[in-house]
Design a protein around this ligand. Structure first.
Ligand code: ARG
Length: 364
């Protein structure tokens, strides 16, 4: 019996980035706020000239025209997914504007439910709520609780990593982000395990994670021990002055095909080259440098979404990447997304895979 005819797949089932996609959560612009300024922002946001905007407007709603433009992109994206037969689920509206005060820190507000990829790590039939590095994102999982409860009731496993304290011991005091060319460093100490779900990317039994200003070695160790012997969690060496999340840097997009960011991946892990994988080098982004990007860099063009081993959703305007995908044998589906990227990220950030038709395998 082929996988396709097998009706007994778990409701949550995602082992890699390319098995045929059946169900996905897409974020929402509803209630989205400018992230409140905090210690971690200078360590994770590339565009220094836009920090002032966060300092001034953090904790207040995004300007309406930015939100509406982002929403238009997201609607187009959802429309494409549904037209391709994929079930799209959305977070529950949540009030992000309330201040947080814990025994370890205070912060003006939460942020948004724009990017479920950062919050929930789905591996196999398991949903892991990530121990996130930003204080203002500590409660973002609440926007997905209804969905998690539903998936649990339908048979998924659902856990939360140890909730981090995020007090002064979590971040290096007086941290200054490196300049291009300086040795890489991140703001996190090893005080407690930390990662955002998007610091991790799946490739069957091999799971890849990169140290960032949201992910420390303690977090990677926690994940390896939690997943157990059936998985190998590898640390990928990357170079990024403001590292946050692996999915605009290092991305296994199909069996034997690894997409890499040429500025950030200086050495491809040997297991890929030994296994004969094709290394696909992402072409230079085409988004104009003047396009405002409050949360990510222009390399967000790499942040595509695979619908299966061939079909890939890519941002309109990224003609070089669209052509490269064609040359590499993929079927690109262009969708407007630069305006969503202004306040959020790419297609991979804006989603989290719930079910792909496939099983746990080793590709390396
Ligand atoms: N930090 C990356 C960059 O600026 C963006 C990664 C976004 N990924 C995500 N899942 N939110 O290029």
């Amino acid at each position: 019996m082929s996988d396709q005819q097998n009706p007994s797949y778990p409701v949550v089932n995602a082992h890699n980035e390319w098995d045929p996609l059946e169900e996905i959560i897409v974020g929402t612009v509803e209630g989205a706020l400018v992230p409140p300024w905090d210690v971690i922002m200078e360590a994770t946001l590339h565009r220094e000239e836009l920090w002032e905007f966060h300092r001034m407007h953090g904790g207040t709603p995004w300007p309406n025209e930015l939100l509406r433009a982002a929403e238009k992109d997201l609607d187009e994206f959802v429309h494409i997914l549904e037209a391709e037969g994929i079930t799209v689920r959305r977070p529950t509206p949540y009030d992000f504007s309330r201040p947080l005060c814990t025994p370890d820190y205070e912060i003006k507000s939460s942020c948004y439910a724009l990017m479920p990829r950062d919050v929930l790590l789905v591996i196999g039939d398991q949903i892991i709520e990530a121990p996130m590095g930003w204080r203002s994102r500590y409660h973002e999982n609440h926007a997905y609780k209804d969905l998690c409860k539903e998936y649990f009731q339908k048979g998924a496993r659902w856990v939360s990593a140890p909730r981090p304290q995020l007090g002064s011991k979590t971040y290096k005091e007086g941290f200054v982000a490196p300049q291009e060319g300086d040795p890489m460093r991140t703001i996190l100490t090893e005080f407690e395990p930390l990662f955002d779900a998007a610091d991790v990317i799946k490739c069957g039994r091999d799971i890849f994670a990169a140290i960032s200003s949201c992910c420390n070695r303690f977090g990677i160790d926690w994940l390896q021990r939690h997943l157990g012997d059936g998985y190998r969690v590898h640390e990928v060496e990357v170079y990024d002055t403001h590292p946050m999340h692996i999915d605009a840097t290092f991305y296994p997009i199909a069996p034997g095909k690894l997409l890499i960011n040429p500025e950030r991946v200086r050495r491809v892990p040997q297991i890929f080259t030994q296994a004969g994988w094709d290394i696909l080098v992402c072409p230079e982004p085409m988004m104009p440098s003047s396009h405002p990007m409050y949360n990510s860099s222009r390399w967000i063009c790499m942040n595509v979404l695979m619908l299966d081993e061939e079909r890939v959703i890519v941002s309109k305007g990224e003609d070089r990447l669209i052509q490269a995908f064609k040359d590499w044998g993929f079927k690109p589906i262009p969708c407007n997304f630069w305006n969503f990227s202004t306040i959020g990220g790419g297609f991979h950030c804006a989603t989290v895979d719930i079910r792909r038709r496939g099983k746990l395998e080793s590709y390396l």
